[in-house]
Design a protein around this ligand. Sequence first.
Ligand code: COM
Length: 497
Amino acid sequence: MEYDAIWLGGGAAGRFGAVFHKALGGKPLIVEEHHLGGECHVCRCAFENFFYDQASMAELMRLYSGKSWYPKIDLSNISAAKAAELYRKVGQRAFADTMKHQTEKQLGVEVAWGKGKIIDKNTVEVNGKIYKGKNLVIGAGSRPTMPNIPGIHLPGVMTYKDHPEMKTDPKKMVIIGGGKIGIGKAAMFAPFNIEVTVLEKYTCLPKWDRDIRNFIFRDFKRRGIKIYEGIDVKEIKGKGKVESVVAQFNGETMEFPCDAVMVSIGLTPNSEPAIPLGVKIGKGNEIIIDEGCRTNVPGVYAVGDAAGPPYFMAIARKRGMIAAKNIAGEDAKMDYSFVPDHIYIPPLEATCVGLTEAEAREKYGDVVLVQVPWGPKPKDPKSEEYYPGFENQGLPVCGRMHTLNLLFYGQNRNGLVKAIVDPKSRKYVGFHSVGDGAKTAFQYLSYLLKIGWTVDQMANLHEIFLNAEHFIQLSRLVAGQKELKGFAAQVYLEDDL
Ligand code: COM
């Protein structure tokens, strides 16, 4: 055999897996039709990061315009389509070239460019050329799940895949699906003067901590983003292009006029290339793998989104790494514990890892919360004014935008942090944040959760004050207590949405 493994698909999973495989001493070949890095720089993480930044700029300009020393800024001509155009012209090309350069030139991994056709588990044909490998790794990614409803193919209906392709600015957008992608897209479109309505069949962000959800939904309300939960979309209407979305809500038919629809009801794994090999496929169309990313067919592995959730880049890359180790003769296993989650809600971000407060209370009984801000807020506070008597609102929370806290005192525009501790063991069981910049810390916090990190250990770290998540200094304030009593909220407050 010419190669130790053929990696079908050079996305996050295949690219990282093949690189790791080579570093372990193997001889990998990546087969890739379009770009190395997969969808990342086309329409997923690189694009999302770029667009988040653009939307944050727009939202901050709106918030600061005419306040304090900031000039009045005319936002009538801002354009999401122009932002997308800049990305298409520069970002997509720059990242594609960088991925290619890094993989082929810097790291020396061989790539067969073209559509790979699996002949058998040891043979792949690319542009008429036959490649032979001892192992085959399928990393074919995923695609947006589309509902089977009338009008789904009308022009103006898009998914995350088409977002970078937008050429005009919609005035009204309906987002079908209030999961992580839908909520993130709603928050990113709204700053560009687009009227956004989210229609969710069940509950938006059901797995997130209640305080974080409330923060996001309160913020959405302020910004005029409408959310309907428990609504069943039946049809997209329009003559030649999208004109409205029809849905059933509380037994009534509702129609939402719009000129764009974003569908974000989930992802479907691209398992089809593996089917002829006799590989087992699950109910969600995913390739079924064991902890070592092996399929039921010896010598055939599956990695990344093609093997089903969690759909998260770190998981995709790690599945690649685990498959590489196993191909190289190790017995490596995936670890799915304490995977963080993250949503951009410009100009902030929401990040979490571990248990929510409700889950923690169920598991541990009483828990201690280390949380700011907390408690009642002044009613309809004006900007640039201080409201005494609401001391729980005073601490700046997020990383670089403390100005938000001072400019909008008591409105909680700059975030929320919350650590949940089991008081008996003094171990953290969950971390939650809305702010900016906290996601960096959460990469490491997920590991600290895994090793059973305690408030006492946290109190011994060196914070660089001010920081984006404040967990070190806030925890130190309670760590001296023999019996942990926490820092702020110990009871649920009424929702104040
Ligand atoms: C995302 C693509 S940047 S990859 O994981 O680096 O290949």
